[in-house]
Design a protein. Structure first.
Length: 370
């Protein structure tokens, strides 16, 4: 009997509290579609949706032996839940990307807000055993770390679950975290509009956050220095905020993370130039940004500079510095249709990324402009 012929169980997790109940309706729709497909292809479906992020994560972790595949329904926060549930386990993760954001799904060329297409692709991947293994970042708290609720950002007295967690997209440590936080509290319609409006407000009030960085580079050497900067980001994927390419050189399968920071306090013309490049994959051609590939980076408070905001990863609040971030090589298995596997290899392969780096005038080893 082949792997695709074995009787399997698919667990599903939705987001019942999102978008005034719309998330619950979509979850029910996906569950019904998966159940119908399971009757035809010979797999069972198990709904492990809880009443909160923490409750769902606890349920999925507690029943690891009861399912073979996990499907999450929602935005980047639900992907974060899935990554923390099955990361490094070998269990494949299926993604039905709905709502705003969906930056991780977009980076993998998965359908966004196309529910029947997404479910059909997941079912086909289950039946055919089609997947790709992608990297993740892992954030680990250091002594002095302050944990917060992943949904509200309020400090937790007990340390919470997020003092040691995986992320699939980006760890935002400065300006981008402030932008995300402002967008979360915006009343504007549409996720991308909220994010873009938050960008305009936050870049008009840049702060000089103080970080101490100890980075292990791709070749194993260590660099250590202070950074007084509005922004530090540790990226695994390319997009944030519903399509803004903060990290256009990121690859999902190189075993590395991309450390990106604002190199100096930019002037109005530099800010305008950076924003104009943010949605066409050329942001790092702007000379206000520094960039290096890293295997790990320890981020603590510098003795000077403003207090950095609460860290955010995949749209969820993490906590306050200090932390260490490590690349986890191909530690998340994602269900994708065979066509996406081929696209991923062609469009985001090593040569394509090297071409983009050289196009932007950077050295692919040092990250410096040449």
């Amino acid at each position: 009997m082949t792997e695709s012929q074995k009787h399997t169980t698919v667990a599903m997790v939705g987001n019942p509290v999102s978008d005034k109940g719309r998330g619950a309706r979509i979850g029910t729709q996906v569950f019904d579609m998966l159940t119908e497909a399971g009757r035809h292809h010979g797999f069972d479906v198990l709904d492990l949706t809880g009443n909160s992020f923490d409750d769902s994560l606890a349920k999925v972790r507690g029943r690891m032996n009861d399912y073979d595949h996990l499907v999450v329904v929602g935005g980047d926060g639900m992907i974060a839940l899935g990554a923390n549930a099955v990361g490094s386990s070998g269990k494949p993760l299926g993604i039905v990307a709905t709502g705003s954001g969906n930056d991780f799904a977009r980076g993998l060329s998965l359908p966004v807000n196309k529910i029947p297409t997404a479910v059909e692709g997941i079912v086909g991947a289950i039946v055919r055993g089609s997947y790709i293994d992608v990297d993740m970042g892992r954030v680990t708290a250091l002594p002095g770390f302050v944990a917060v609720d992943p949904t509200t950002g309020k400090e937790l007295a007990d340390g919470g679950i997020n003092g040691d967690r995986y992320y699939a997209g980006m760890l935002s440590c400065g300006l981008d975290a402030s932008i995300n936080d402002r967008a979360n509290h915006s009343r504007l319609p549409g996720g991308s509009l909220r994010y873009f409006a938050a960008v305009l407000v936050e870049v008009a009030h840049l702060k000089r956050y103080g970080y101490h960085i100890r980075a292990t580079l791709a070749d194993g050497t260590i660099e250590e220095h202070d950074l007084i900067t509005p922004m530090v980001t540790v990226a695994n994927s390319r997009h944030i905020g519903g399509g803004l390419e903060v990290s256009p050189y990121s690859r999902f399968d190189d075993g590395l993370l991309d450390l990106i920071w604002i190199d100096h306090m930019p002037g109005p013309l530099e800010i305008a130039d950076a924003i104009s490049k943010a949605y066409n994959g050329k942001l790092l051609a702007s000379r206000i940004f520094g960039w290096k590939r890293v295997r790990a980076v320890e981020i603590t408070r510098a003795a000077v500079g403003d207090e950095p905001p609460v860290l955010m990863a995949d749209g969820e609040y993490i906590g306050r510095l200090p932390v260490v971030v490590r690349a986890c090589d191909r530690s998340l298995r994602v269900l994708v249709p065979p066509a996406v596997v081929g696209w991923h290899e062609r469009a985001r392969g090593e040569q394509a990324v090297l071409d983009a780096i050289r196009r932007d005038g950077r050295d692919p080893i040092t990250g410096a402009f040449v």
